[in-house]
Design a protein around this ligand. Structure first.
Ligand code: SF4
Length: 470
């Protein structure tokens, strides 16, 4: 599978041929969907909270410059150093620069999609610095050499049987058991000493709070605390859209994030990092560095894509997307898969490179329905398709096909005639079987499955007219 969105179609073909992938995806997405349904049953105010969350995000985005300056001021006041990075390269240069200045040999890292987005793993490797992923799922994919396939569950593409086999090959004292509890123990044995030996801990942030300068991490495994507390230096990389104005606003998002992501009321750990340790503190880092990353977010802010900046990276849209559920995350060829990735990837790379993604959508609307900040994902994908058309990026066969269809559709007599002829032809070709294995112009469909011939009784318009006469 090629890790670039340009090869989406080939990636899809390859993903559909992996039976284990289907098993892994089915198991996890069905579980997450069920948990979300259970959560909604016990959280009747969800719709109201969701509305408020979207309003807070829109307000913050409308005053982003003001709140970012407030955050910077308060973070510096609490003893942190704040950096601004426009591009992934600027961000990784700052982070690697800090690591080199501290002569760091080993860093521990808490999973953050922003870190994946800027390519922090590759930048550290190029600088010869060992990177230890501490999130269980990130530990799995680091051992496997895979990129993440989901933004909350990066190892979603692996069955636990595959993980057991991987740990047996890679861990220093592996378990022979396939039991999930034993596998977690094995990972714990492997990772514990590395927390203590690390020179620097790198984390992302689920939120940053303007009024206090706080960095907030929301986790279930406790690895964020173990990554950011023992080393002398804590580096945070965070996108500028993760901002909320006040602690009171933050509580709204803490209430919906775990519910939307995992169907849980709250995660095990919600940690507030406020600068380095102070005199009298028993532990904590001696230095805290916060790198605020733009990476085309301000361009999105100025465009029709602004609502996408509400995203709190919960993953609910992908858990409910039939396309993601069939092909998994790697097929999308970038760090952000599923519906949110189909909008973010063209925005962060280019529509030319990632043009297949907004088209890989049935527009069924499920993603928007489950999104806790009500992002109009189908509408954004539709607008990206329009932009593609305007910029001449749509394939010429599609443009000509659509042009022909528009010509016919504007002439009802021709449309009726064309429908009758094509329906008659399809029935004739399908014969007694009533199914077509080959159909000129629809090879993409018939290559993988038969197409049912149209039923008798006339076209939809014929039936509609008859129903009106009744
Ligand atoms: S788009 Fe909505 S549902 Fe998808 S990850 Fe972002 S916040 Fe969650």
């Amino acid at each position: 599978m090629r890790q670039t969105s340009e090869h989406f179609k080939q990636n899809v073909t390859s993903a559909l041929q992996q039976p284990n992938l289907r098993v892994a995806l089915d198991r996890t997405t069905s579980l997450l969907q069920q948990r979300r349904r259970d959560m909604l049953a016990s959280f009747p105010e969800y719709e109201r909270v969701r509305e408020v969350a979207a309003q807070i995000k829109d307000h913050t985005l409308a005053h982003l410059d003001h709140y970012l300056e407030e955050f910077e001021h308060n973070a510096i006041r609490s003893g942190a150093k704040v950096y601004w990075a426009s591009t992934p390269k600027e961000a990784t240069d700052i982070i690697v620069g800090i690591c080199k200045a501290k002569e760091a040999r080993s860093v521990t890292r808490v999973k953050s999609m922003l870190g994946e987005e800027i390519g922090i793993g590759e930048a550290l490797a190029a600088a010869g610095i060992e990177r230890v992923e501490t999130d269980l799922a990130e530990h799995i994919i680091q051992l496997a050499g895979d990129p993440p396939s989901h933004i909350v569950m990066p190892a979603m593409h692996k069955t636990h049987e595959e993980v057991a086999e991987l740990f047996r090959r890679k861990h220093s004292s592996p378990t022979e058991s396939d039991d999930v509890g034993d596998l977690v123990e094995s990972a714990r044995r492997e990772l514990r000493p590395k927390y203590m030996d690390a020179d620097i801990g790198i984390s992302g942030a689920n939120f940053i709070v303007a009024e206090t300068g706080s960095v907030v991490t929301v986790t279930n495994e406790g690895n964020a605390e173990l990554t950011t507390t023992p080393p002398k230096v804590h580096i945070v990389n965070v996108g500028i859209e993760k901002l909320v104005p006040t602690m009171e606003h933050l509580t709204v998002f803490v209430r919906i994030l775990a519910r939307a992501a995992l169907g849980m009321e709250i995660t095990q750990y919600t940690t507030f990092h406020n600068g380095p340790k102070r005199t009298g503190d028993r532990d904590g880092p001696e230095e805290m560095h916060i790198v605020l990353v733009d990476n085309r977010r301000t361009e999105m802010f100025d465009s029709f894509l602004r609502p996408m900046l509400r995203c709190i990276r919960c993953g609910a849209c992908m858990n409910h997307c039939p396309v993601y559920g069939a092909v998994g995350g790697h097929a999308y060829g970038f760090v952000y898969p599923g519906p949110m990735g189909s909008v973010l990837t063209p925005a962060m790379t280019s529509l030319k490179q990632a043009g297949d993604l907004p088209n890989a959508c049935t527009l069924n609307g499920r993603c928007q329905e489950v999104c806790p900040v009500n992002i109009p994902l189908p509408d954004l994908m539709r607008k990206l398709r329009e932009q593609q058309w305007r910029e001449g990026l749509t394939p010429s066969t599609f443009r000509h096909g659509l042009g022909l269809w528009a010509f016919v559709a504007k002439r009802p007599w021709l449309y009726r005639l064309g429908s009758r002829i094509s329906v008659g032809m399809m029935r004739w070709l399908a014969g007694k079987r009533g199914r077509l294995s080959v159909l000129p112009g629809a090879g993409g469909w018939t290559k993988y499955r038969d197409l049912s011939a149209p039923q008798r009784g006339g076209t939809f318009m014929d039936q509609y007219r008859r129903s009106k006469r009744r």
